[in-house]
Ligand binder design. Structure first.
Ligand code: AMP
Length: 337
C-alpha cells in the first residue's frame, strides 16, 4: 500500500520556526496550530503551509481529528508539553514523533532526578526541609514559568522571608552551583542507535544576566534586587574540545537508562542542562526529553552538525530526516510514540 503523504505539525511557538524550516528542507508540508494573534511569525517567515487557529492550546485535542485527516505528525517542543501537560499529551491519538512515556520522567523533578542519578550523572543536592539549608540554595517552583519567582536563600531564616509571597506554591530547594550554565543538545536515532551532539548554548536570563552591569555598591544601595531567571534568548557556545568525550558519554548514559525506565526509551532530540564548575565538575540540574529552544540559534547548523553533515543541519531538519528515513525503511513504528 502506498504511504500517505505526511505533514509536519506543531504549536506555533518555542522552536516552531526551526521545526517547520527543517520539514520544508526535507520536502514535508507544514501545519502550525496557533492561538489567535500568535500566527504572524509563521506567515512572515513562510513557515506554515497551513495555520489552524485555536482559542487556547488546552483545546488542542479538539482539532485532533482534523490533524489525523491531514496525515499530520506532531513534533512536540517545550511549549507543546508545557501548554498541554504530559498527561494530555499521553492521550493524543494523532501521530506523534517521540516516546510519550518518557515525558512523565522529565516533567516530575523527583523522577527526573532519579533518571539522572541512575545514569551516573552528578546532580545538585536537594534539601527536604528549609531547616536543613546549610549553603546557598536556589528555590524553584514546580511547573516553572520560565524561572519566574525563583529565588536564592542562604539559610532557613532567609528562606522563610523570601517564600512568603509564594506560600501556596509547590517548590524544591536545590543546592546552588556556582559555575557556567551550559545547555547541551543531543539527538539519538532510534533507527540507527547513534547519538549526535547537535550544539550547545547558554541562556540569557533576566535579570540575573544583567546584574553584573550594576556595581556591587549600587546593588547594595538599592532596596531590593533579587535575581530572577526569566529566559530571554539563547547564545551559541562551542565548548572546550576536551570536554566533548564526557558530554558524549553523559548523553549515551541518559539514553541507556531511559530504555529501562520507559521502553523503548528516549529518542530524538533532548537536552542536558548543566553547570560546569571551576573544578571541571559537571552538574546536571535538568533534562528535557524533546527539542529545546536553545537549538534555535542553529537553524543554519552548528559547528558540530557542520562537521558531521557538511550541509546546514538544524535539529528541526534532523527530525524531518529521521521521519523521512523511517518512511523509506517502513519503520514508522520506531519513530512514533
Ligand atoms: P530551570 O527552571 O531548572 O531550568 O532553571 C532556570 C535557571 O536557573 C537556569 O537556566 C540556571 O541559570 C539557574 N539554575 C537552575 N538550577 C541551578 C542550580 N542548581 N545552580 C545554579 N543555577 C541554577
Amino acid at each position: 500500500m502506498a504511504q500517505p503523504k505526511y505533514k509536519i505539525a506543531t504549536i506555533g511557538s518555542h522552536s516552531g520556526l526551526q521545526i517547520f524550516k527543517g520539514a520544508h528542507d526535507e520536502g514535508f508540508q507544514t501545519i502550525a496550530v496557533c492561538k489567535k494573534g500568535s500566527e504572524k511569525p509563521y506567515k512572515m517567515f513562510n513557515s506554515a503551509d497551513e495555520i489552524i487557529i485555536v482559542d487556547s492550546y488546552a483545546n488542542f485535542p479538539k482539532i485532533q481529528d482534523l490533524l489525523i485527516k491531514k496525515n499530520a505528525i506532531i513534533v512536540p517542543h517545550g511549549s507543546f508539553v508545557t501548554y498541554m501537560g504530559y498527561q494530555e499529551v499521553e492521550k493524543l491519538k494523532v501521530l506523534y514523533y517521540g516516546n510519550k512515556k518518557i515525558l512523565k520522567w522529565e516533567s516530575d523533578r523527583y523522577l527526573e532526578r532519579q533518571w539522572l542519578k541512575n545514569a551516573g550523572l552528578k546532580v545538585p543536592l536537594l534539601f527536604d526541609r528549609p531547616k536543613d539549608i546549610d549553603r546557598l540554595v536556589i528555590v524553584k517552583f514546580m511547573g516553572a514559568e520560565g524561572g519566574k519567582g525563583y529565588f536564592l536563600a542562604k539559610d532557613e531564616k532567609d528562606f522563610n522571608k523570601k517564600i512568603k509571597p509564594y506560600k501556596l506554591r509547590k517548590y524544591i530547594i536545590q543546592e546552588y552551583i556556582i559555575g557556567v550554565p551550559l545547555f547541551i543538545h543531543y539527538f539519538y536515532s532510534s533507527l540507527t542507535n547513534e547519538i549526535e551532539i547537535m550544539g550547545c548554548d547558554i541562556r540569557y536570563e533576566s535579570n540575573v544576566d544583567s546584574l553584573g552591569r550594576i556595581s556591587a555598591r549600587d546593588q547594595v544601595a538599592l532596596p531590593k534586587i533579587d535575581p530572577s531567571y526569566v529566559i530571554v534568548g539563547n547564545i551559541p557556545v562551542v565548548v572546550r574540545e576536551s570536554f566533548l568525550p564526557r558530554l558524549i558519554e553523559m548523553g549515551e548514559n541518559v539514553v541507556k537508562t531511559s530504555k529501562k525506565l520507559a521502553p523503548p526509551g528516549l529518542f530524538g532530540p533532548f537536552c542536558l542542562e548543566t553547570i560546569l564548575t571551576p573544578e571541571e565538575e559537571i552538574f546536571v540540574f535538568e533534562i528535557s526529553a524533546r527539542i529545546v529552544a536553545g537549538t534555535n540559534p542553529f537553524i543554519e547548523g552548528s559547528p558540530y552538525t557542520w562537521l558531521k553533515y557538511n550541509i546546514p543541519m538544524s535539529t528541526g531538519r534532523r527530525i524531518a530526516i529521521e521521519i523521512k528515513n523511517a518512511i523509506k525503511m517502513n519503520q514508522m513504528k520506531k519513530v512514533l510514540g
